[in-house]
Structure formats: structure tokens, C-alpha cells
Design a protein around this ligand. Structure first.
Ligand code: NDP
Length: 282
């Protein structure tokens, strides 16, 4: 059978319209001269099995998966990597030899982004705010890099406990989300990561910003939100190094691209495209 002349890739989720993925992936595909289009594939829960079955077509290289399907999609695939199982989320599907493999590239994305700021970041005592899929990816990335001093604080403590259980035997501590407990934890933290979904709206923050003054000198403050959040502005104002979520987004996308194409991702092209997308959307 002839090879298809052009290929398709896409983002499966609901909603998908806000995503930066097409804006980041298409210029990268073009730069690599891969004849493929990256599309948006809005998919409701009831349509998910049909959508995933469609990925078996020869002209499909794979897909990204976003909310709310990152867990549900697992049972529809032929194979799920051990890392994706541990992360509890598939964000990338690769079609190879007619089989669909589920992978998680958020773990690599965070690991690569933080390593650009501090290659030894996993040695820092860390406080992760949040216990959803993104928090799991952050915790796993730090554990994979040898991190052992990781605490998680979440509004719903039960969810934080499930995260710690699922990542055992990694020694992850659960911390209360009250102001006093957070202040005590911040006093010993050299890395703080906001992995909650709080930060997208102007002025909102995952904790009272005054608590940041408890952080020791040299602490690094990361927000997975890919814009300048109130948390990052306040931390920067106090002299701490900060990092927003754009670099993680680019690195997770780059790893997905490498899995689909088996080529080295043009990181600089992707970062430039991501910065452009952010500037255009405000
Ligand atoms: P989830 O829905 O899985 O988790 C959301 C988290 O936010 C939970 O811990 C939840 O706590 C917490 N939360 C929500 N509202 C509040 C609130 N008002 N106060 C305190 N905590 C709150 O989302 P994800 O883990 O998938 O994503 C989290 C964030 O990370 C999003 O902003 C997402 O855009 C970003 N992200 C960025 C990536 C990147 O590449 N930069 C990659 C992936 C995600 P509770 O359990 O109590 O509800």
C-alpha cells in the first residue's frame, strides 16, 4: 500500500478552542517539512470511542488529549506507558503499526522547563499547590530527577492523599491548605509550584500573597499558568526567581512531536510560536 501523501494530528478534548497546541505544533511540523496538519478535534465524552477509533486511520500520526478525557481515554488504547499510568493521565497518543499507544509528556515538559532554570531543582525542598493531573506531573518529574523533599497542599486534602498514595514509595508529604500551615511550609521551601487552576483570572492567586515573604532567599516560584500571574508578579517583586508555564507547555509539545515524527523537535521555533500565540491572545 502507498504511504499517505499527507498526515493529520489533532487535539481531542472538550473544549479545545482555547488551546495553544495548533499554534505551537503547526510551525514545528512545517519547519521539519513533515506534511501534516494539526487540527482541533472537539470531542464529547459519548463521542470519545468513535474519535479514538478514527485515530487508527493510516493518515493519522497521533493526537494530543486534554480535559476531560486524559483518564477515560486509557481504556480505549492498545497500550499505556508505565509513566502515563503512574501520572494517571494520557496527554499524547501515538499511532504505530496500527496500534495506539498512550503517553504522558507533561512529566517531561515540567522536568525540562525547570532544568533550564536550575538543573538541580529536584534537590530543592518543594511545595506543590494542587493535586490534579498537572500536580501529579510535577511531582513525578521531581521524583524522577531524584527529588525526595516534596510536599503537596490541596484544597481537597483527600485528593492530595490519593496523589501521595499513587506515587508511593516516593515520600510525598501532605500539608494543610490553611494559611498557618502554608506559611510554615513556605519558610522551608526553595521551590514553590502553583499547579492549581487558580491564576488565569486577573488578580486571583492560589494563596494569600503576603505569605510569600516567608520564603527563604533564593527560592524559585513556578506557576503552570502560562501567563504572568499575580503569584509571579508578587514573587518577582520580592526578588525571587520566577517561571511561568509556557516553557513546560512547549517542552511537553516538543516531546509529543518527537514521539509522532521520530525527529528532534525545533524547540526554538516552538517557543517563538508560543510567545506569539500568547501575545496575540493577551
Ligand atoms: P485539575 O482540574 O486536574 O486540577 C485542578 C487543581 O486546582 C486541583 O488541585 C484543585 O483543587 C485546584 N483548585 C481549583 N480551584 C481552586 C481554588 N479556588 N482554590 C484552590 N485550589 C483550587 O487541573 P490540571 O491539574 O489539569 O491543571 C491545573 C493547572 O495547570 C491549570 O491551570 C492548567 O492550565 C495548568 N497546566 C499547565 C500545563 C503547562 O504545560 N503549562 C500543563 C497542564 C496543566 P481541588 O482538588 O480541591 O478541587
Amino acid at each position: 500500500m502507498d504511504e499517505p501523501k499527507s498526515f493529520r494530528l489533532g487535539l481531542v478534548g472538550d473544549p479545545v478552542g482555547h488551546s495553544f497546541s495548533p499554534a505551537i505544533q503547526q510551525p514545528a511540523l512545517d519547519a521539519l517539512l513533515v506534511p501534516a496538519r494539526y487540527e482541533l478535534w472537539p470531542t464529547s465524552g459519548s463521542d470519545l470511542p468513535h474519535r479514538i477509533a478514527g485515530l487508527r486511520a493510516r493518515e493519522v500520526l497521533g493526537a494530543n488529549v486534554t480535559v476531560p478525557h486524559k483518564l477515560a481515554v486509557m481504556s480505549l488504547l492498545d497500550e499505556v506507558s508505565p509513566l502515563a499510568r503512574r501520572a494517571g493521565a494520557v496527554n499524547t497518543i501515538v499511532r504505530g503499526d496500527g496500534r495506539l499507544l498512550g503517553e504522558n509528556t507533561d512529566v517531561h515538559g515540567f522536568g525540562a522547563a525547570i532544568a533550564e532554570i536550575d538543573p538541580d531543582a529536584s534537590a530543592r525542598p518543594t511545595l506543590i499547590l494542587g493535586a490534579g493531573g498537572a500536580a501529579r506531573a510535577v511531582a513525578l518529574a521531581l521524583v524522577e530527577q531524584g527529588g525526595v523533599r516534596i510536599a503537596v497542599a490541596n484544597r481537597d486534602p483527600g485528593r492530595a492523599a490519593r496523589l501521595a498514595d499513587d506515587l508511593a514509595p516516593a515520600p510525598i508529604r501532605i500539608v494543610g491548605y490553611g494559611d498557618e500551615e502554608l506559611a510554615a511550609e513556605l519558610a522551608g521551601a526553595m521551590l514553590v509550584v502553583n499547579a492549581t487552576s487558580v491564576g488565569w483570572q486577573a488578580g486571583e492567586a492560589p494563596l494569600p500573597l503576603a505569605l510569600l515573604s516567608a520564603l527563604p532567599p533564593g527560592a524559585l516560584v513556578v506557576d503552570l499558568t502560562y501567563r504572568e500571574t499575580a503569584l509571579l508578579v508578587a514573587a518577582g517583586g520580592l526578588g525571587f526567581t520566577t517561571l511561568d508555564g509556557l516553557s513546560m507547555l512547549v517542552h511537553q509539545g516538543a516531546r509529543s512531536l518527537e514521539l509522532w515524527t521520530r525527529r528532534t523537535a525545533p524547540i526554538a521555533v516552538m517557543m517563538e510560536a508560543a510567545l506569539r500565540a500568547r501575545a496575540e491572545r493577551g
